[in-house]
Design a binder for this molecule. Structure first.
Ligand code: URA
Length: 425
């Protein structure tokens, strides 16, 4: 086989066989196929797509480029979750301990943020001392002992995804369904959990811009999971505005702590309870939203979170410390009305420029900076109300502040915004 012929085949809209896909992916992972050829192939897939069979082959060939974790030493149905990326998405920080507090083991490997989207690992590293690099043995031991562990994805898992994701990121080939589905599902399959909750974000701040696209991606990933014997459910969730109040690593940890003390926004609190109900049900545990909410706000989930922080070397005394950004800038409403839109992409990029996110993988992070919104879409406002506080290390220039203010859209009519749009099982 020759790579150039297979690139041409896909470029011309033909289907690649199982053998061809295996050959391409193993060749890329072992270094015999160079980045420039894989970039051309990714672009050909971008324009010509892949069938369900090709996507399944791609997923399974990617799984084979690394180790698969065996979680069988942990008793019970092990659960995992994955988000396709969002702004202000601190769900894992709250959902994982909440689910674990029902004695359902959560063994989760998370990723870092890139561009306008955040990553759970970065948020955890905003906690002083928190270790995200653990051996497989320690990971399993921790879940056996305290029922929860959230760590960074091992280098030994799905080598092809590590290489391909970095390549897609710099070749404008991230937002395409077969490549997202195979990237997400290869990691989830290799990570070994019995059940998987997929949070498929849709809207301005997500890779999927329409509900139709999100449904297609969800259906494909759910079917891929089921085919390999994993109970899989996808929840299509709204990412047209940032999730919850905070964007930025430490600020999001603080918001997660607020939610786990019953002091968070009602919309995010309810959303987390709904996700927990689905995740628990995947593990065979049926609970009412009332019971789940009780454990979320009465300190039970928080205790589990603190247990995980301590186990992974985090400093509990530092956990509740407020952001140490040098400058805090308040933004006020210029008119009466309702918040009509807070475009997630714009605010995600804004937070990234403050240092809360990375434009490229090697960028250092400022864990303290970001945005906390007092008002969200649908909230009534009167002129002079505070809409947000911007946390930064330097005084914001006028242009940047004006840009922020322009992105806060105010209207006369109240718009309703809901978090869960659809469930695909
Ligand atoms: N998240 C992933 O893990 N992979 C993608 O391709 C997109 C989002």
């Amino acid at each position: 086989m020759r790579t150039v012929d297979l690139i041409q085949k896909k470029r011309d809209g033909k289907k690649l066989t199982t053998e061809e896909i295996n050959w391409l992916i193993s060749g890329y992972a072992n270094g015999t196929i160079p980045d420039y050829q894989m970039a051309a192939l990714a672009m050909a897939i971008y324009f010509k797509g892949m069938t369900t069979r090709e996507t399944r082959d791609l997923t399974m060939s990617m799984v084979k480029t690394g180790e698969q974790i065996d979680l069988s030493a942990i008793s019970g149905i092990k659960t995992d979750k994955h988000s396709t990326g969002g702004v202000g998405d601190k769900v894992t920080l709250i959902l994982a301990p909440l689910v674990a507090s029902f004695d359902v083991p959560v063994a989760k490997m998370s990723g870092r943020g890139l561009g306008h989207t955040g990553g759970t690992l970065d948020k955890l590293e905003a906690i002083k001392g928190f270790q995200i690099d653990r051996s497989q043995e320690d990971f399993i031991k921790q879940v056996q002992e305290i029922g929860i562990s959230v760590i960074g994805q091992s280098d030994k898992l799905v080598k092809a995804d590590k290489l391909l994701y970095a390549l897609r990121d710099v070749t404008a080939t991230v937002d395409i369904i077969p490549l997202i589905a195979s990237s997400v599902m290869s990691k989830k399959i290799a990570a070994g959990a019995d059940s998987i909750l997929l949070d498929v974000t849709v809207g301005d701040g997500a890779f999927m811009k329409t509900i139709e696209e999100a449904e297609k991606l969800s259906r494909l990933m759910v079917d891929l999971g089921k085919e390999v014997g994993r109970k899989t459910v996808a929840v299509i969730t709204n990412m047209s505005q940032p999730l919850g109040r905070a964007i930025g690593n430490r600020l999001e940890v603080l918001e997660a702590l607020d939610i786990m003390q019953g002091k968070g926004r009602e919309d995010l609190t309810h959303f987390i309870c709904e996700l927990a109900q689905i995740m628990l049900s995947l593990a065979g545990v049926e609970e009412t939203l009332e019971t789940i909410r009780k454990k979320l706000v009465d300190g039970t989930a928080l205790k589990k979170f603190e247990e995980m922080v301590v186990y992974q070397g985090g400093d509990l005394n530092d956990l509740y410390r407020p952001s140490q950004s040098a400058v805090q800038t308040e933004v006020f409403a210029s008119e009466d009305g309702y918040i009509k839109a807070l475009p997630a992409l714009e605010f995600g990029l804004f937070a990234m420029r403050l240092g809360a996110g990375r434009a490229v993988k090697t960028d250092p992070l400022d864990y303290e900076s970001g945005i906390v919104f007092d008002k969200k879409v649908g909230d009534p406002i009167i002129k002079g109300d505070r809409i947000a506080i911007i946390f930064s290390q330097e005084v914001l220039d006028e242009k940047l502040l004006t840009e922020f203010e322009k992105n806060v859209k105010i209207g006369a009519e109240q718009v309703k915004s809901k978090e869960i749009i659809k469930i695909i099982s």
